[in-house]
Design a protein around this ligand. Structure first.
Ligand code: ADP
Ligand code: MG
Length: 686
């Protein structure tokens, strides 16, 4: 047997279990060794029977005096055994496990682990964990009398079963190659990998277990940091077009704006325009809470690029948003006599072909669009700058698709991604570690804090009244319909939107002008609705999550979210960000019928803070990082949450990785390099 032996060859596994294990990603012996416990039960406290104290988790060793099954009045099967050692006896009771009497017999040596408890007038151990002792396991027990591992269990695979299968594989443990260089282990006081894996499964004691965890936590973060820094190094070897900073142009542009830029906008624009002047491709994230004014920063970067004779492209997650940006940018560009082109899923085939040609030949310089931009057939003549708005809405692969070589220059574009979802500091040092970040940490002046209220069902009418009052002041309202099911289908969304629309027009606001929008509509139809709503022709827009991101209609001041409990915190914050975009007081009403404490707590987090950063950290804790990187579906390696939140560990590993890469070429360290490869998919993030 060796590490590569198929799992089905392991004694007691067979085809049936092999299939179950495969679902856990376990195909061979090595995979099983890497299937590490989620937690441990400490059964290591071995005591003589007469020294057991109530409510203390202990193990005892002894001989079974007697064991038998009996049936209770309720029909339940009860197995009772008396176990004795030199100091006394103890009773053990198990329920509904009649087969126990076929494995455990009088005179068997046994080890029990549990607590002393009262059960119907007698004291003993209730359903203790146990292991029969024989000449083979005498020296080292597997399930009791020690710290025992508890694994993430799936149907039909218990921790007990896993332990008994992993135990014999310990013979192979020293064939696992330790990929970590000696000097690093020495410097950070880390134990060897085989020892660490061994201690994880069958710890000798808690201090050995701690050393094992330290080693593996270090590995996880160190490998991630190596991958991050190395991808950065690789990118720095690539080339982009150096785009000169056209100071006169930008000054004029800023002067013509109807508002003054915030300091944060100025600083970010400066950072971006500086990056563009370099031949190393920019890889920058513009992070700013909803409403902080990212668009105008992006527009300046695009104009500066296009004026110098290069192309720029802006990718948006929805058609509505693409159209909104297109309209805005076109207006901004008019004075400069520049054409802007829109490319979306509803661009006709003929138009598309024509536009493709123009882009290929460099005639179309500024392109705004949706996923249609990512199609394989689209090639750029000389793409200077690619921007992704609401980057978290795109998958890794999609974003990577924009990073292609231009036909004429063979260069990569400078890359700018934008998001309102703030990245917790720990993530910005890890998963986002190879990004430069520009921060819009202030909102344009005069914005009032959005007032957020949780509206339980019995207060619904009051909520409706309040909304009416706002409308009579001339404001407009969004109503977001609930999400149904995990993977809401557009068909389903359409139904809920229609139902809500009917309800509002018939029962609540028969006198008001209400319109609805959903994903099943034709793009032209959607566009018309948005244009009319923007022009103030309707009071209320009933929508699906279609308008979650980017939509900017400053006269809308009320956001009503039905069944708010169905949405994640970050998503709710995005919805809320559709209002509060003018100097009017804005409101967000979270309707919920839920009385679940956890749910309400989550929603109150939103009521209590408008700070997207705090919400993002809360969301990170609740839902994990998948949603931040937009890669949940992409099968990324599972990074332990506790490690991702551990700033001390992150910093230590980062320093170690920097130091290592300064002296070594990662690619030449085969074992280490192979190991980091599993993180590459995270890091093709840009
Ligand atoms: P987001 O960061 O959410 O994408 P937008 O770019 O859509 O925000 O900007 C939100 C609104 O604020 C827009 O109506 C925009 O015109 C306006 N805006 C942007 N910058 C400023 C500013 N410095 N002063 C006043 N209004 C601004
Ligand atoms: Mg935006």
């Amino acid at each position: 047997m060796n590490l590569r032996t198929p799992i089905s060859e392991l004694t007691g596994v067979g085809d049936h279990y092999a299939r179950k294990l495969e679902k856990l990603g376990i195909k061979n012996y090595e995979d099983l060794l890497w299937y590490l416990p989620r937690r441990w039960d400490d059964y290591s406290h071995l005591v003589p029977i007469n020294e057991i104290r109530p409510d203390e988790m202990v193990s005892v060793k002894g001989k079974i005096w007697e064991i038998s099954n009996k049936r209770a009045k309720s029909g339940m099967n009860i197995t009772e055994a008396i176990i004795a050692d030199d100091t006394g006896t103890i009773k053990a009771t198990w329920f509904n496990q009649p087969f126990l009497t076929t494995t455990l017999k009088a005179d068997d040596e046994i080890c029990l682990a549990g607590k002393l408890e009262w059960n119907r007038n007698s004291v003993g151990m209730i359903s203790p964990a146990f292991e029969k002792i024989n000449s083979e396991n005498e020296a080292e027990l597997t399930h009791v009398g020690r710290i025992v591992p508890v694994y993430a269990e799936t149907e039909g695979i218990s921790s007990k079963w896993l332990r008994s299968k992993i135990k014999p594989l310990m013979k192979l443990i020293y064939s696992i190659r330790d990929y970590l260089p000696e000097e690093i282990k020495k410097e950070h006081n880390l134990i060897d990998l085989p020892a660490a894996i061994r201690q994880m499964h069958f710890p000798e004691n808690s201090s050995q277990l701690k050393k094992a965890k330290d080693r593996l936590d270090f590995d996880e973060m160190f490998l991630l940091q190596l991958a991050v820094l190395n991808s950065r190094k690789k990118l720095n070897r690539e080339r982009a077009i150096a785009i000169p900073f056209n100071e006169a142009l930008i000054k004029g542009f800023v002067q013509d704006l109807p508002f003054d830029l915030t300091n944060a906008q100025r600083k970010s624009t400066w950072e971006i325009l500086q990056d563009l002047t370099k031949v190393a491709p920019m890889n920058r994230l513009l992070q700013g809470d909803v409403g902080s004014g990212k668009t105008v920063v992006a527009a300046m970067a695009m104009i500066n690029t296009v004026i110098s004779g290069n192309q720029a492209v802006l990718l948006c997650p929805t058609e509505i948003l693409a159209k909104q940006h297109f309209d805005n940018v076109q207006t901004l560009l008019k004075p400069y006599g520049m054409d802007c082109f829109l490319l979306t899923g509803s661009t006709s085939k003929a138009e598309k072909e024509d536009l493709y040609n123009k882009i290929r030949e460099g005639e179309a310089k500024l392109i705004i669009g949706t996923h249609a931009i990512l199609e394989k057939g689209l090639e750029f003549w000389r793409l200077g700058l690619a921007i992704v708005d609401e980057q978290h809405r795109f998958g890794v692969g999609q974003r990577a698709a924009l990073r292609k070589e231009s036909l004429s220059t063979k260069t990569l574009p400078h890359f700018l991604t934008m998001t309102a979802t703030p990245i917790p500091r720990t993530l910005s040092l890890t998963i986002f570690g190879d990004l430069d970040i520009s921060l819009l940490n202030e909102l344009p002046p005069g914005r009032k804090t959005i007032i957020t209220r949780l509206v339980p069902n019995e207060k619904r009418q009051d909520g409706y009244q309040f909304v009416r009052a706002e409308i009579s002041k001339g404001r407009q309202v969004f109503v977001i319909c609930p999400l149904i099911g995990e993977e809401a289908s557009e068909e389903m969304d359409k139904k809920t939107v229609m139902a809500e629309y009917q309800n509002l027009t018939k029962n609540v606001y028969p006198d008001l002008k209400i319109v609805y929008i959903h994903g099943k509509m034709k793009p032209a139809e959607k566009e018309e609705i948005m244009t009319n709503f923007r022009a103030g022709k309707f009071d209320i827009l009933v929508s699906t999550s279609l308008i979650e991101v980017g939509v900017d209609i400053p006269n809308s001041t009320v956001m009503v979210i039905e069944a708010a409990d169905k949405f994640g915190l970050s998503q709710l914050h995005q919805f809320r960000g559709r209002v509060g975009r003018s100097t009017h007081q804005s409101f967000c009403f979270l309707f919920t019928k839920s009385s679940n404490e956890q749910t309400l707590k989550r929603l109150y987090a939103l009521v209590n803070t408008n700070d997207g950063f705090k919400l993002a950290e809360a969301d990170l804790e609740i839902r994990g990082p998948g949603d931040f990187v937009g890669t949940r579906q992409h099968g990324l390696p599972d990074i332990k949450m506790s490690n991702l939140m551990n700033l001390v560990l992150i910093k230590k590993c980062r320093e170690a990785a920097v130091k290592f890469l300064a002296k070594n070429n990662l690619e030449s360290q085969t074992a280490l390099y192979e190991k980091t490869a599993m993180y590459d998919s995270i890091l093709s993030l840009e």
